[in-house]
Design a protein around this ligand. Sequence first.
Ligand SMILES: *[C@@H]1O[C@H](CO)[C@@H](O)[C@H](O)[C@H]1NC(C)=O
Ligand SMILES: *[C@@H]1O[C@H](CO)[C@@H](O)[C@H](O)[C@H]1NC(C)=O
Ligand SMILES: *[C@@H]1O[C@H](CO)[C@@H](O)[C@H](O)[C@H]1NC(C)=O
Length: 275
Amino acid sequence: MAWFKHVALLLIAALPRITALPVNDANDANDANENSISAEGRYIVTLQNNIPMPEVRNHMSRVAAIQYRNSGNHKLPHTGIEKAYAIGEFRAYVGAFDLDTLQMIRNDTRVAEIEPDTVVSIREETSYKAASQSNAPWGLATLSSKRRNTGTYHYDTSAGNGTFAYVLDSGINVNHIEFEGRASNGYNAVDGDFTDIQGHGTHCAGIIGSKSYGVAKKAQLIAVKTFRNQETLMSTVMDAYQWSANDIRTKNRVGLAVINMSLGKWQLRKFDSGV
Ligand SMILES: *[C@@H]1O[C@H](CO)[C@@H](O)[C@H](O)[C@H]1NC(C)=O
Ligand SMILES: *[C@@H]1O[C@H](CO)[C@@H](O)[C@H](O)[C@H]1NC(C)=O
Ligand SMILES: *[C@@H]1O[C@H](CO)[C@@H](O)[C@H](O)[C@H]1NC(C)=O
């Protein structure tokens, strides 16, 4: 999915795996008509970034003209360009091309990449078995249902197994039974030991991954201690963030990890009596 990498670069945040499972109360019928889809002879052509639109159009009409000539000459069933894409700087098109036309496309320096179109399918049911927690806290139940007050939290059975939450906060009470040994001390950016004397970090980690109250009940929780009490310095947050980002990269957890920072530069607004 080379095209996807190009586009993903344009997006700031790419969400990792979904844990809470939205359920469809209407239970729509799934009329599968899968045998009708074929990617044969189709190619996705990605152009270089920053090519002005007139040049893009110019390139595409050249491709169309050559394809037209070739298919006329050889009576080939290739349809040529079918659809063009523009997302931010990203420019691409898809179509069915004969080999000569492909060669010409490949020769063009404005082309960044050519890849075969492929058939993709929705995730197999079996890898996405649903689990549910009855008598769930209101917040959890509300996450997974459009209806109010269902009392049941639906999630997929992986429950975030294999994912990591870096909690930049006051620490985590890693021995709490609600964490089942999935919480650990990662990094301490402030003086003193890892103990969460404030409590906020343990609270946040609980919302993320405790067994009874958590969204991702099997996720690993990593304490990145950024606060000793209510306040810290922005430079300390940077230190904690740096450690987390580097840890995610060196341990190959990119796409499997989130960094959670439940903090901000809150300006307490004082009420003015108007006098
Ligand atoms: C592509 O370039 C090669 C040499 O680099 C040339 O021989 C060939 O004719 C070109 N093909 C097209 C279709 O432009
Ligand atoms: C979590 O995933 C690993 C593989 O990534 C697997 O070996 C393990 O059994 C899973 N654990 C649970 C509790 O699902
Ligand atoms: C995670 O961070 C976000 C962004 O600051 C915050 O809104 C959210 O409450 C945090 N989640 C938890 C469980 O602390």
